[in-house]
Design a protein around this ligand. Structure first.
Ligand code: ADP
Ligand code: MG
Length: 271
């Protein structure tokens, strides 16, 4: 973590996120069951699991977008609804969940982050325009601000949603599959940006089923398969036995990094 950080204070002593015993179902299908996770502030956390393991459902739970059958959630020591109304948590959904035909520009998407700061008229004031400009600059999208969101590449789109969270002033950013459909260069830009946000004291949670980016990105990793199987530093968690458990006994070769900082562990996992 950079020592030149500008801290974004959490309430003292509070975890960024504390989820206890979460169960969420869609009809008969139990997506997560008895899931508990404590997320420390000021770090980048990876949420790793195969398709259908409940990553998106966990994010939606943390945003109060799905009904809990059981369990409790605290965000910065308060409720999910308080976190949402204060704008302290932001969410970049998976690409599949975004309506790409919706006629809205990049700038307008980022301005949505300011809604909580505006009155009921939702008429932006100079401070809102300024915050949007700063956020766009930060994610290097100033030049594309007037483009339709649907005309962006995958990586640019993810950066637009990060900018929306920054304009909002979020202390916690949840990013669902930010590297899916993203080229290597954008992946590097997003990784650098997320590391910078953590060095400012923000908390970042990133889901992925792709392990390549993890060692260079995440301070902590949680393996998910309907519940959290293991949570800790990447060197403790990215070990063959735990990966095999998370991926149902099969670690997809393309999920394994080459030339990463933990090549030995991952070579073993592939074998
Ligand atoms: P992930 O993001 O890890 O791929 P999800 O949270 O999307 O996992 O899904 C977890 C489980 O819940 C899967 O079995 C999925 O099919 C199911 N599921 C997710 N969303 C819905 C939904 N809207 N309706 C019914 N089942 C769903
Ligand atoms: Mg998902």
């Amino acid at each position: 973590m950079s020592t030149q950080a500008v801290p974004v204070p959490a309430r003292s002593g509070a975890l960024a996120i504390e989820a206890r015993g979460l169960t969420v179902s869609y009809g008969e299908n139990v997506a997560i069951e008895g899931l508990s996770l404590s997320v420390e502030p000021g770090l980048v956390h990876g949420l790793i699991g195969m398709n259908g393991s409940g990553k998106s459902t966990l994010f939606k739970s943390l945003m109060g977008l799905v009904k809990l059958d059981a369990g409790t959630i605290e965000i910065l020591g308060g409720s999910t609804s308080r976190a949402r109304s204060e704008g302290s948590i932001a969410y970049a959904p998976q690409s599949e969940e975004i309506d790409w035909d919706f006629p809205v520009s990049v700038r307008e998407v980022v301005m949505m982050g300011r809604y909580g700061h505006m009155g009921r008229t939702r008429r932006p004031k100079p401070a809102d325009h300024a915050a949007v400009a700063v956020a766009l600059e930060r994610v290097e999208l100033t030049d594309l601000a007037d483009r339709q969101i649907g005309a962006l590449s995958g990586g640019q789109c993810k950066r637009a949603f990060v900018a929306r969270g920054l304009a909002q002033g979020a202390k916690i950013l949840l990013l669902d599959e930010p590297f899916a459909g993203v080229d290597k260069r954008s992946e590097g830009t997003i990784t650098d940006l997320l590391r910078e946000l953590a060095s400012e004291g923000r908390t970042v949670v990133v889901s992925t089923h792709d392990l390549v980016a993890v060692p260079g990105l995440c301070d902590q990793v949680a393996l998910i398969n309907r519940r959290i199987l293991a949570h800790g530093t990447p060197d403790r968690i990215l070990v063959p036995e735990l990966l095999a458990e998370a991926f149902g006994g099969f670690v997809p070769r393309e999920a394994l990094p080459t030339g990463s900082s933990t090549p030995e562990l991952l070579r073993q996992a592939a074998s």
